[in-house]
Design a protein around this ligand. Structure first.
Ligand code: ITT
Length: 197
């Protein structure tokens, strides 16, 4: 069975494939006529609400045959910085594209508290059933941009469970073993493996 992932972000698809392929699922970006369909992200302060909205849009876009043969996946994620009252949070995508990593480091110049959290809320729809999972990766914002792997805020995020390197300095495999997305997909993986739980 394939998992069709409604996202404009190919990095998310790669990470999801690494985890769900162990279960025999092949994750593909959900495209309509070869293009990422336009979908709306509602203004909300909750990544769970944004994900619920995304899955409803995915169900509207998918044909009946496609949805009976495949599972559908959506995810909303973000970086939540403690001393900035959880900013950029649900605005992470926009902030990453505008002020970027340098902008975030500038906002934290005078702050001694650099605690932050990445969160990912995933929803998978399969055969009429919804599976939902929140993953969290706690850590700190670095003082410098380090590493060029991954995407978005990876070069400024040092996970607590690591060895001091940023996600941007880790291989894909190392990152997904510690990441919010990895955690949320591993929870989904468990639920899919034990559907009676
Ligand atoms: P969608 O099409 O799935 O919405 P997106 O990239 O816009 O793709 P989100 O709306 O969920 O995704 O925004 C999440 C943003 O948070 C993302 O664009 C990055 O800037 C940041 N982010 C989330 N997970 C990250 C990760 O693992 N590493 C680095 N940055 C991440």
């Amino acid at each position: 069975m394939k998992v069709l992932f409604l996202t404009g972000n190919k990095n998310k698809v790669v990470e999801a494939n690494q985890i769900l392929s162990n279960l025999g699922y092949e994750v593909e970006q959900f495209l309509v006529d070869g293009l990422t369909p336009e979908f709306i992200e509602p203004q909300s302060s909750s990544i769970a609400d944004v994900s619920e909205f995304k899955i409803q849009q995915a169900l509207e876009l998918i044909s009946e045959t496609e949805s009976s043969n495949n599972a559908l996946l959506v995810e909303d994620s973000g970086l939540f910085i403690e001393s900035l009252n959880d900013f950029p949070g649900v605005y992470s995508s926009y902030i990453s594209k505008t002020i970027g990593n340098e902008g975030i480091l500038n906002l934290l110049v005078d702050k001694s508290n650099r605690n932050a959290e990445f969160r990912a809320y995933s929803i998978l729809y399969k055969n009429g059933k919804y599976f939902r999972a929140l993953g969290i990766s706690s850590g700190k914002i670095s003082t410098q941009i380090k590493g060029s792997n991954g995407f978005g805020f990876d070069p400024i995020f040092i996970p607590e469970s690591g060895d001091g390197r940023t996600f941007g300095e880790m291989t894909d495999h190392e990152k997904s073993s510690k990441s919010h997305r990895g955690e949320s997909l591993r929870i989904l993986y468990d639920e899919l493996s034990h559907p009676s739980k």
